[in-house]
Design a protein around this ligand. Sequence first.
Ligand code: DAH
Length: 340
Amino acid sequence: MNLNDKIQAINDSFSKDKKNFKSNSIKFDDFKNKYLGRKGLLSELYPLLNSVSDSDKPECGKKINSIKNVITKEIHSLGNNLSDLSNNALNIDSSMPGTEKFSGSIHPLTKIIDEIKSIFNRIGFSTIYGPEVDTDYYNFEALNIPKDHPARDMQDTFYINKETLLRTHTSSSQIHFMEKNQPPLRIISPGRVYRNEDISVRSYCLFHQIEGLYIDKNVKFSDLKGTLDYFAKSLFGENVKTRFRPSYFPFTEPSAEMDVSCIFCKSKGCNICKQSGWIEILGCGMVDPEVFKFVDYDVDIWSGFAFGIGIERIAMLKYGVKDIRIFYNGDIQFLEQIKL
Ligand code: DAH
């Protein structure tokens, strides 16, 4: 076949294939390769130049370049328009499953902390943060827990040196804040705390608390009860009941622990509430005047209450989790399950 015939044949074939492509009987890639591929029809033209006389070569070269340019341009513009064509023209099988996209989520503990923060922020508590690496003074001494006080045994401490430690509770934030601010005040202070405890389903070497502190004139135990009852109802629902049991903390007097009526069995008695109908969720009390002395507050003017909420405990109740360690091992299946 001479060059002119070949060019004519390619032109005819290209017109046909354009129609085939538009009616979807040829795929774009096959169409493109048939003409522009390394072994495509256009590549067959150049060897034909060898059989042309030298005087005709420039003219023939031009013809080849011209058809090549036209076809290349047209194919590219058909390619660019692909997205405008229907799915059918793209040869997409719309019954195929899509590509799954994974997205991260807020950690359940962060979610609970955020929720509790907003409950207290609504009634005028602001959020403050204290240091996780602290001194013996802030973690114990100024909270009325002197060096040889037996209450130190309640909290196995990670010491960094004789004076420096990882805080064992967020109560230390109270002292930092009171040192720098004058009453009246209403704060909560969330964060990590650390204890050198055996790791088990119920305890971990690190966990989270939210500390609360309310100081004003004439603050009474009834203010504490009202505030914490509001908190429990906001978190667990209007029907939840609260009760206060006497307890002991060196920095509050009197001290109490607050229970909520069991949200799982509606107080009938189940495994989770150990058949008692009640679940303990926090420690609280009226701030001991001894603590005020450390921060130079006038004990005759100011009184207040404090509380400490264990976040993991609440998260375990809310999400029905039986092993505290699952919050820390980054188990994707667990996180996906409770992603909201
Ligand atoms: N700091 C206590 C603990 O870690 C919790 C606590 C109890 C905090 C009573 C308080 C409080 O502020 O009043 O066990």
